[in-house]
Design a protein around this ligand. Structure first.
Ligand code: THG
Length: 271
Protein backbone atom coordinates (compact mmCIF):
# COMPACT_ATOMS: atom_id res chain seq x y z
CA UNK A 1 0.00 0.00 0.00
CA UNK A 2 1.46 3.32 -1.07
CA UNK A 3 0.50 6.49 0.75
CA UNK A 4 0.55 9.77 -1.15
CA UNK A 5 0.82 12.44 1.58
CA UNK A 6 -1.89 15.04 0.96
CA UNK A 7 -0.97 17.85 3.33
CA UNK A 8 0.82 20.25 0.97
CA UNK A 9 -2.37 21.51 -0.59
CA UNK A 10 -2.75 25.22 -1.28
CA UNK A 11 -6.52 25.06 -0.96
CA UNK A 12 -5.95 24.57 2.78
CA UNK A 13 -5.85 28.19 4.00
CA UNK A 14 -2.68 27.90 6.14
CA UNK A 15 -0.81 26.13 3.32
CA UNK A 16 -2.02 28.58 0.66
CA UNK A 17 -0.67 31.45 2.78
CA UNK A 18 2.65 29.70 3.29
CA UNK A 19 3.04 29.21 -0.46
CA UNK A 20 2.23 32.83 -1.28
CA UNK A 21 4.51 34.13 1.52
CA UNK A 22 7.28 31.72 0.49
CA UNK A 23 7.37 30.27 4.01
CA UNK A 24 10.05 27.66 3.43
CA UNK A 25 10.05 26.22 6.96
CA UNK A 26 6.31 25.58 7.01
CA UNK A 27 6.24 23.70 3.70
CA UNK A 28 9.52 21.86 4.38
CA UNK A 29 8.21 20.66 7.73
CA UNK A 30 4.96 19.42 6.20
CA UNK A 31 6.99 17.33 3.75
CA UNK A 32 9.37 15.92 6.37
CA UNK A 33 6.58 15.17 8.83
CA UNK A 34 4.65 13.19 6.22
CA UNK A 35 7.62 11.13 5.08
CA UNK A 36 8.54 10.33 8.69
CA UNK A 37 4.97 9.14 9.21
CA UNK A 38 5.26 6.78 6.24
CA UNK A 39 4.33 8.72 3.09
CA UNK A 40 5.73 6.97 0.00
CA UNK A 41 5.13 10.02 -2.18
CA UNK A 42 4.37 13.66 -1.36
CA UNK A 43 1.51 15.38 -3.18
CA UNK A 44 2.04 19.03 -4.03
CA UNK A 45 -0.97 21.12 -4.92
CA UNK A 46 0.00 24.79 -5.22
CA UNK A 47 -3.73 25.50 -5.27
CA UNK A 48 -3.30 29.17 -5.98
CA UNK A 49 -4.77 31.26 -8.80
CA UNK A 50 -4.13 30.04 -12.38
CA UNK A 51 -1.93 33.03 -13.24
CA UNK A 52 0.61 32.15 -10.54
CA UNK A 53 0.20 28.39 -10.21
CA UNK A 54 3.23 27.49 -12.35
CA UNK A 55 5.64 29.65 -10.38
CA UNK A 56 4.18 28.56 -7.04
CA UNK A 57 4.33 24.88 -7.98
CA UNK A 58 7.94 25.22 -9.14
CA UNK A 59 8.87 26.94 -5.87
CA UNK A 60 7.25 24.21 -3.78
CA UNK A 61 8.74 21.41 -5.90
CA UNK A 62 12.27 22.76 -5.58
CA UNK A 63 11.86 23.15 -1.84
CA UNK A 64 10.29 19.78 -1.13
CA UNK A 65 12.63 17.73 -3.27
CA UNK A 66 15.58 19.12 -1.28
CA UNK A 67 13.90 18.13 1.98
CA UNK A 68 12.74 14.56 1.35
CA UNK A 69 13.89 11.53 -0.58
CA UNK A 70 10.61 10.30 -2.09
CA UNK A 71 8.97 11.00 -5.46
CA UNK A 72 6.64 13.97 -5.72
CA UNK A 73 3.06 13.84 -6.95
CA UNK A 74 2.32 17.00 -8.94
CA UNK A 75 -1.31 17.80 -8.21
CA UNK A 76 -2.52 20.19 -10.88
CA UNK A 77 -5.00 20.32 -13.74
CA UNK A 78 -2.93 22.94 -15.52
CA UNK A 79 -0.75 21.44 -18.30
CA UNK A 80 1.47 24.53 -18.43
CA UNK A 81 2.17 24.40 -14.68
CA UNK A 82 2.84 20.64 -14.85
CA UNK A 83 5.19 21.00 -17.81
CA UNK A 84 7.12 23.77 -16.08
CA UNK A 85 7.31 21.90 -12.75
CA UNK A 86 8.57 18.72 -14.46
CA UNK A 87 11.59 20.63 -15.78
CA UNK A 88 12.68 21.20 -12.19
CA UNK A 89 12.30 17.64 -10.94
CA UNK A 90 15.68 16.07 -10.28
CA UNK A 91 14.61 12.49 -9.45
CA UNK A 92 13.82 10.03 -12.17
CA UNK A 93 10.46 9.02 -10.68
CA UNK A 94 7.64 11.51 -10.42
CA UNK A 95 3.86 11.31 -10.56
CA UNK A 96 1.38 13.52 -12.39
CA UNK A 97 -1.97 14.07 -10.65
CA UNK A 98 -3.83 14.01 -12.94
CA UNK A 99 -5.17 13.24 -16.38
CA UNK A 100 -8.77 12.23 -17.12
CA UNK A 101 -10.83 11.20 -20.12
CA UNK A 102 -11.08 14.73 -21.55
CA UNK A 103 -9.64 14.67 -25.07
CA UNK A 104 -7.69 17.91 -24.73
CA UNK A 105 -6.07 16.76 -21.45
CA UNK A 106 -5.15 13.42 -23.00
CA UNK A 107 -3.73 15.20 -26.05
CA UNK A 108 -1.65 17.61 -24.00
CA UNK A 109 -0.46 15.34 -21.19
CA UNK A 110 -0.14 11.75 -22.44
CA UNK A 111 2.88 12.63 -24.65
CA UNK A 112 4.59 14.25 -21.66
CA UNK A 113 3.91 11.22 -19.46
CA UNK A 114 5.26 8.92 -22.18
CA UNK A 115 8.35 10.98 -22.89
CA UNK A 116 9.31 11.62 -19.27
CA UNK A 117 8.27 8.12 -18.09
CA UNK A 118 6.22 9.51 -15.21
CA UNK A 119 3.63 7.71 -13.13
CA UNK A 120 0.21 9.21 -13.76
CA UNK A 121 -3.15 9.32 -12.01
CA UNK A 122 -6.11 8.96 -14.36
CA UNK A 123 -9.44 10.19 -13.02
CA UNK A 124 -12.61 8.36 -14.10
CA UNK A 125 -14.28 11.48 -15.47
CA UNK A 126 -14.42 13.46 -18.70
CA UNK A 127 -15.93 16.54 -20.38
CA UNK A 128 -19.38 15.61 -19.10
CA UNK A 129 -18.30 15.25 -15.47
CA UNK A 130 -18.20 12.22 -13.20
CA UNK A 131 -20.31 9.39 -14.63
CA UNK A 132 -23.07 8.13 -12.34
CA UNK A 133 -22.79 4.42 -13.14
CA UNK A 134 -19.96 1.93 -12.81
CA UNK A 135 -20.26 1.08 -16.51
CA UNK A 136 -19.90 4.67 -17.61
CA UNK A 137 -16.89 5.19 -15.33
CA UNK A 138 -15.33 2.07 -16.83
CA UNK A 139 -15.86 3.46 -20.32
CA UNK A 140 -13.81 6.52 -19.35
CA UNK A 141 -11.12 4.34 -17.78
CA UNK A 142 -10.92 2.27 -20.96
CA UNK A 143 -10.44 5.43 -23.00
CA UNK A 144 -7.63 6.58 -20.74
CA UNK A 145 -5.84 3.22 -20.82
CA UNK A 146 -6.27 2.90 -24.57
CA UNK A 147 -4.46 6.21 -24.94
CA UNK A 148 -1.67 5.42 -22.46
CA UNK A 149 -1.09 2.01 -24.07
CA UNK A 150 -1.05 3.56 -27.53
CA UNK A 151 1.67 5.94 -26.30
CA UNK A 152 3.72 3.00 -24.99
CA UNK A 153 3.08 3.71 -21.30
CA UNK A 154 3.05 0.53 -19.20
CA UNK A 155 -0.18 -0.10 -17.27
CA UNK A 156 1.78 -0.23 -14.01
CA UNK A 157 2.63 3.46 -14.39
CA UNK A 158 -1.06 4.30 -14.43
CA UNK A 159 -3.00 4.88 -11.21
CA UNK A 160 -6.75 4.95 -11.77
CA UNK A 161 -8.79 7.09 -9.36
CA UNK A 162 -12.46 6.02 -9.56
CA UNK A 163 -13.37 9.28 -7.73
CA UNK A 164 -15.05 8.94 -4.40
CA UNK A 165 -18.12 11.04 -3.58
CA UNK A 166 -19.57 11.55 -0.13
CA UNK A 167 -22.10 9.11 1.27
CA UNK A 168 -23.70 12.04 3.12
CA UNK A 169 -25.57 13.04 -0.04
CA UNK A 170 -25.71 9.69 -1.84
CA UNK A 171 -25.54 6.52 0.23
CA UNK A 172 -24.61 4.43 -2.82
CA UNK A 173 -21.47 6.51 -3.49
CA UNK A 174 -19.07 4.21 -1.64
CA UNK A 175 -20.54 1.00 -3.08
CA UNK A 176 -20.29 2.45 -6.56
CA UNK A 177 -16.62 3.32 -6.04
CA UNK A 178 -15.88 -0.16 -4.66
CA UNK A 179 -17.61 -1.81 -7.64
CA UNK A 180 -15.64 0.41 -10.00
CA UNK A 181 -12.37 -0.57 -8.29
CA UNK A 182 -13.15 -4.28 -8.62
CA UNK A 183 -14.07 -3.92 -12.28
CA UNK A 184 -10.93 -1.90 -13.09
CA UNK A 185 -8.69 -4.38 -11.26
CA UNK A 186 -10.27 -7.29 -13.16
CA UNK A 187 -9.85 -5.66 -16.54
CA UNK A 188 -6.45 -4.05 -15.91
CA UNK A 189 -4.66 -6.15 -13.27
CA UNK A 190 -1.35 -4.35 -13.79
CA UNK A 191 -2.76 -0.86 -13.33
CA UNK A 192 -2.84 0.65 -9.85
CA UNK A 193 -5.87 2.01 -8.09
CA UNK A 194 -5.68 5.14 -5.97
CA UNK A 195 -8.20 7.49 -4.37
CA UNK A 196 -8.51 10.41 -2.00
CA UNK A 197 -9.51 8.97 1.37
CA UNK A 198 -11.36 11.93 2.82
CA UNK A 199 -14.10 12.70 0.27
CA UNK A 200 -16.28 9.77 1.28
CA UNK A 201 -17.09 11.27 4.70
CA UNK A 202 -17.59 14.91 3.70
CA UNK A 203 -20.46 16.39 5.72
CA UNK A 204 -20.47 13.67 8.41
CA UNK A 205 -19.19 13.71 12.00
CA UNK A 206 -16.22 11.54 13.04
CA UNK A 207 -14.89 11.54 9.49
CA UNK A 208 -11.81 9.56 10.38
CA UNK A 209 -13.94 6.57 11.38
CA UNK A 210 -15.74 6.55 8.02
CA UNK A 211 -12.49 7.15 6.12
CA UNK A 212 -10.55 4.29 7.67
CA UNK A 213 -13.45 1.87 7.39
CA UNK A 214 -13.85 2.76 3.72
CA UNK A 215 -10.12 2.32 3.24
CA UNK A 216 -10.35 -1.23 4.57
CA UNK A 217 -13.17 -2.10 2.17
CA UNK A 218 -11.38 -0.40 -0.71
CA UNK A 219 -8.15 -2.31 -0.12
CA UNK A 220 -10.11 -5.54 -0.49
CA UNK A 221 -11.60 -4.19 -3.74
CA UNK A 222 -8.15 -3.47 -5.20
CA UNK A 223 -7.03 -0.10 -3.85
CA UNK A 224 -3.24 -0.18 -3.58
CA UNK A 225 -2.50 3.48 -3.05
CA UNK A 226 -4.23 6.30 -1.20
CA UNK A 227 -4.06 10.07 -1.09
CA UNK A 228 -4.27 10.62 2.62
CA UNK A 229 -2.76 12.12 5.75
CA UNK A 230 -0.04 9.63 6.74
CA UNK A 231 0.24 11.08 10.24
CA UNK A 232 -3.31 9.98 11.00
CA UNK A 233 -2.65 7.08 13.33
CA UNK A 234 -6.09 5.50 12.92
CA UNK A 235 -5.64 5.30 9.18
CA UNK A 236 -2.15 3.84 9.47
CA UNK A 237 -3.39 1.20 11.91
CA UNK A 238 -6.21 0.24 9.54
CA UNK A 239 -3.74 -0.15 6.65
CA UNK A 240 -1.36 -2.35 8.63
CA UNK A 241 -4.13 -4.63 9.92
CA UNK A 242 -5.87 -4.85 6.54
CA UNK A 243 -2.65 -5.78 4.72
CA UNK A 244 -2.13 -8.63 7.19
CA UNK A 245 -5.76 -9.76 6.83
CA UNK A 246 -5.56 -9.72 3.03
CA UNK A 247 -2.44 -11.89 2.95
CA UNK A 248 -0.26 -9.01 1.78
CA UNK A 249 2.04 -9.19 4.81
CA UNK A 250 4.02 -12.45 4.78
CA UNK A 251 4.12 -14.02 8.28
CA UNK A 252 2.46 -10.81 9.56
CA UNK A 253 6.00 -9.45 9.82
CA UNK A 254 5.12 -5.83 9.15
CA UNK A 255 2.20 -6.06 11.57
CA UNK A 256 4.35 -7.38 14.41
CA UNK A 257 7.20 -5.00 13.73
CA UNK A 258 4.74 -2.08 13.62
CA UNK A 259 3.61 -3.18 17.09
CA UNK A 260 7.17 -3.30 18.38
CA UNK A 261 7.83 0.17 16.99
CA UNK A 262 4.75 1.57 18.69
CA UNK A 263 3.03 2.31 15.38
CA UNK A 264 -0.08 0.39 16.41
CA UNK A 265 -1.54 0.50 19.84
CA UNK A 266 -5.11 -0.67 19.71
CA UNK A 267 -6.20 2.66 21.10
CA UNK A 268 -8.00 4.91 18.66
CA UNK A 269 -6.90 8.49 19.01
CA UNK A 270 -10.16 10.04 17.96
CA UNK A 271 -9.26 12.52 15.20
N1 THG B 1 -7.99 12.45 -6.04
C1 THG B 1 -6.83 12.87 -6.60
N2 THG B 1 -6.18 13.97 -6.13
C2 THG B 1 -6.71 14.70 -5.12
C3 THG B 1 -7.92 14.31 -4.51
C4 THG B 1 -8.56 13.14 -5.01
N3 THG B 1 -6.06 15.81 -4.67
C5 THG B 1 -6.70 16.71 -3.73
C6 THG B 1 -7.57 15.95 -2.75
N4 THG B 1 -8.44 15.04 -3.45
C7 THG B 1 -6.70 15.17 -1.76
N5 THG B 1 -5.98 16.08 -0.89
C8 THG B 1 -6.51 16.59 0.30
C9 THG B 1 -5.77 17.48 1.02
C10 THG B 1 -6.26 17.96 2.24
C11 THG B 1 -7.48 17.54 2.71
C12 THG B 1 -8.22 16.66 1.97
C13 THG B 1 -7.73 16.17 0.76
C14 THG B 1 -8.07 18.00 3.98
N6 THG B 1 -7.41 18.67 4.86
C15 THG B 1 -8.08 19.05 6.08
C16 THG B 1 -7.72 20.47 6.42
O1 THG B 1 -7.24 21.17 5.56
O2 THG B 1 -7.99 20.89 7.51
C17 THG B 1 -7.78 18.09 7.21
C18 THG B 1 -6.35 17.67 7.31
C19 THG B 1 -6.17 16.78 8.50
O3 THG B 1 -5.99 17.32 9.59
O4 THG B 1 -6.26 15.55 8.34
O5 THG B 1 -9.23 17.72 4.25
O6 THG B 1 -9.63 12.73 -4.52
N7 THG B 1 -6.30 12.15 -7.59
Amino acid sequence: MQIIGEKINGTRPRVGEAIINRDKDFITNLAIEQVKAGANLVDINAGTTPDREAQDLVWAVELVQKAVDVPLCLDSTNPAALTEALKHITREDVMINSINGEENRLDSLVPIVAERGTMVIGLAMDESGIPKSVDDRLKVVRRILARTREAGIADNKVYIDPLIMTIATDTSAAILALQAMRAIKTEYPEAHITAGMSNVSFGLPVRSLVNRTFLTLAMEAGLDSAIADPSNRDLREAIIATEALLGRDPFCRRYTSAFRQGLISGQATGQ
